[in-house]
Design a protein around this ligand. Structure first.
Ligand code: HEM
Length: 481
């Protein structure tokens, strides 16, 4: 507590050890460790990561105070070494401190993601990639009645193909510098490294321990693979001559090469690569993880799977050749299933950490300036105070309330809230809905021979994202009408 100068009452928390603070009390999966600690110490907890004070907020009311009442005072981000490397010195959106760089990068990305001019082509890309997904799965299903499909690989290559076409203008079915089979590795390795705690961030001189333990070299290896991929994408744009503004990379390259106003904000190479890092990691991971947990829960709950497939097939009618996005509005139960998945498996369970820019009060506790805050949406989604039978997967619970995931309801925050809410929410949710619609309309799904629903592994893994540790492997059968 001496490290956190405060005139008022500080939140409670477990007693730490000298120097390392509470680090020895944390496991590899941070949101689960925080969950256990909050069950004992309450919804606002003070911990020390080495010499750095960290507050964990695990209640709807606390989250609302941080993200709404004090949104402005808490809308910066703490800096860590690995993040600095992957974001080209915080020149991205997700980890940039509050200020001009963040504001400008966010503006450019939002304008691009929601550009009216591109709505039609974005929609075409998503629909075409969904058709390709169905073709790939049909091939597996036709080869053998028992052919196994690793859905983690399928979902990562599906979301990566879409994001890379929307944001980078790269169609990987026509390029050979990225192996779509290995894209999952590239994203998961980068994301996990990015979210791992490093000694350098929490102790003076901790960089030495990181070098000896090999952490430093692991981070640099993962980063160099990603940097090499970005280099190919940028070179490819430069080769084709004047930029056509069809994607974010092209728009930003033009801003770097032809700044318009003398005094205006200068976009640099680092801004471009920082934004590419965000799009690739946040965009691909969020969608793939949501798809994976949804299919996992559906496989564990045959009643829900059956009801959802019946709704989808009744709404779309028989023997459709392809699915277009306008039907998304009509499949109500699908939305409830996704919300229930978000409640139990929020893809970013701690959102991204915030940093206070002034002294504030949360739930009556003093939180001084420059404190790191984590919101544990995993605990909030399982809190019996807000949810009846919280550990059960019951999509119908959302029929009785008006809760949505748009950042206005603090008991369900899969995309965060406030100034730093996810700018890719609409894109992300459309990819997830369209992917699931195709999978569930065209195929019936079963577990590998000899496996029962009780055998499905639910173990979590992860850094910033809640990955599923063991891949989900299922058998697709083309649906016969
Ligand atoms: C289902 C898919 C997705 C989920 C669940 C998700 C979730 C999140 C969450 C929880 C945050 C942190 C918000 C906060 O700190 O309050 C975030 C931030 C962000 N997301 Fe997403 N996301 C998804 C898809 C996407 C997509 C498709 C893109 C871009 C193409 C994207 C780009 C970003 C960026 C740039 C940020 C940082 C925003 C900032 O700090 O200002 N996300 N996302």
């Amino acid at each position: 507590k001496r490290l956190l100068p405060s005139k008022g009452k500080l939140p409670p928390g477990p007693t730490g050890l000298p120097i390392i603070g509470n680090l020895h009390q944390l496991g590899k999966v941070l949101h689960q460790s925080f969950h256990k600690i909050s069950q004992e110490y309450g919804p606002v907890v003070l911990l020390h990561f080495g010499v750095v004070p960290v507050i964990v907020v695990s209640s709807k009311e606390g989250a609302e105070e941080v993200l709404k009442t004090h949104d402005l005072e808490t809308c910066s981000r703490p800096k860590t070494a690995a993040v600095g490397l992957f974001t080209y010195n915080f020149k991205d959106i997700g980890f940039a401190p509050f200020g001009e760089d963040w504001r400008e990068m966010r503006k450019i990305t939002m304008l691009e993601l929601f550009s009216l001019k591109k709505l039609k082509s974005f929609r075409y890309i998503r629909e075409e990639e969904s058709e390709l997904l169905v073709k790939k799965l049909s091939k597996s299903a036709d080869e053998s009645e028992t052919s196994l499909v690793n859905l983690r690989k399928v979902f990562f290559s599906f979301t990566a193909s879409i994001i890379c076409r929307l944001a980078f203008g790269q169609n990987f079915h026509q390029r050979d510098f990225v192996d779509m089979e290995r894209v999952e590795e590239l994203v998961v390795e980068s994301e996990t490294t990015l979210g791992t705690l490093a000694f350098a961030d929490f102790f003076p001189g901790g960089w030495l321990i990181d070098r000896i333990s090999g952490h430093h070299s692991t981070v640099h290896k993962a980063f160099s693979k990603l940097a090499n991929f970005f280099k190919h994408v940028i070179d490819d744009h430069l080769k084709t001559g004047p930029q056509d503004h069809s994607d974010i990379v092209s728009v930003m390259l033009d801003m770097i090469n032809k700044p318009t106003k003398v005094d205006s904000f200068k976009v640099t190479d680092d801004h471009l690569k920082g934004v590419m890092s965000d799009m690739f990691l946040a965009g691909v991971d969020g969608g793939a993880i949501t798809l994976l947990w949804t299919m996992t829960e559906l496989s564990r709950h045959p009643r829900v799977m059956k009801k959802l497939q019946e709704e989808i097939r009744a709404t779309l009618g028989p023997n459709k050749e392809r699915i277009t996005e306008e039907v998304l509005e009509k499949v109500e139960y699908l939305k409830l299933v996704i919300m229930e998945t978000f409640r139990l498996h929020p893809p970013a369970p701690l959102l991204l950490p915030r940093l206070t820019m002034a002294d504030i009060k949360i739930q009556g506790y003093n939180i001084p300036k420059n404190t790191m805050i984590h919101i544990n949406t995993y605990t909030i989604g399982r809190d019996p105070k807000y949810w009846k039978n919280p550990s059960e997967f019951i999509p119908e619970r959302f029929l009785d309330n008006l809760i949505e995931y748009n950042g206005q309801h603090f008991e369900l925050l899969p995309f965060g809230s406030g100034r730093r809410i996810c700018p890719g929410m609409t894109t992300g949710i459309t990819i997830v809905e369209l992917g699931l619609l195709n999978l569930l309309y065209f195929f019936d799904w079963s577990l590998p021979n000899g496996m029962t629903t009780a055998d499905i592994d639910m173990e979590e893994d992860g850094g910033f994202a809640m990955a599923k540790k063991v891949p989900l492997v299922l058998i697709p059968t083309s649906h016969r009408w």
